[in-house]
Design a protein around this ligand. Structure first.
Ligand SMILES: Cc1cc2nc3c(=O)[nH]c(=O)nc-3n(C[C@H](O)[C@H](O)[C@H](O)COP(=O)(O)O)c2cc1C
Length: 189
């Protein structure tokens, strides 16, 4: 079979940090990677608290977007070929749903598809502090093949603005798909 198209599913759930999902969509557009977006209802709420962007403006950053209730949309099937999926940010609720396989929305179903097709699944889990149940769930997901990549900033790139911090964290998440956003300040380079 020919390699999967340059196409990534992007989930935005209702954890704090909706800006990570937004920045990743912008980066994918710059890279010419097709983005397929699913936002949870809670993500629409956090967007209203954390950003001046409207939901339609976030949708417009993606090549295609789907309602979370649309469980018959393309990313619900493994036959829809992708490089994988990133959930940015990933709430504890969404993470837990993915871990159980009892996926009630397109967002979590698409993540389940990435796992069952042995594609890359990156979860930018955002919560603090974490209780033992959260940590156990993360271990379980890691054992199932997911990459747990909490959006924890690195300071070695000497960020001077919040924007640079977000850019660095989002860029490192895309590294996990072999995508170089081109603006990362890399250690040793
Ligand atoms: C402003 C705001 C910030 C939130 N931050 C977090 C967070 O950082 N992590 C988290 O797991 N949930 C957070 N929540 C709660 C989730 O939105 C809530 O659990 C929701 O049910 C998640 O649904 P979803 O996983 O379908 O997006 C936040 C909610 C609001 C309104």
């Amino acid at each position: 079979m020919t390699p999967a198209p340059q196409r990534l599913v992007v989930g935005i759930s209702g954890a704090s940090g909706v800006i990570y999902g937004i920045r990743i969509l912008e980066m994918l557009r710059r890279l010419g990677v097709e983005s397929h977006l699913v936002m949870s209802r809670a993500a629409e709420v956090t967007l209203s608290y954390e950003s001046s962007l409207k939901v339609a403006e976030v949708h417009a950053l993606a090549d295609a977007w789907y309602r979370a209730e649309d469980i018959g949309a393309a990313p619900a099937s493994g036959s829809f070929r992708t490089m994988g999926m990133i959930v940015a940010p990933c709430s504890i609720r969404t993470m837990s749903e993915i871990a159980t396989g009892v996926t009630a929305s397109l967002l979590t179903r698409a993540a389940d598809v990435a796992l069952k097709e042995r594609r890359r699944l990156v979860l930018m889990v955002r919560e603090t502090p974490l209780h033992t149940g959260h940590l156990r769930t993360m271990l379980q997901l890691s054992e199932m093949g997911a990459v747990i990549a909490p959006p924890v900033p690195g300071f070695y790139a000497k960020p001077t603005t919040l924007d640079e911090m977000v850019e660095h964290t989002a860029g490192r998440a895309l590294d996990l798909f072999g995508l170089d956003c081109g603006t990362l300040r890399r250690w040793g380079e």
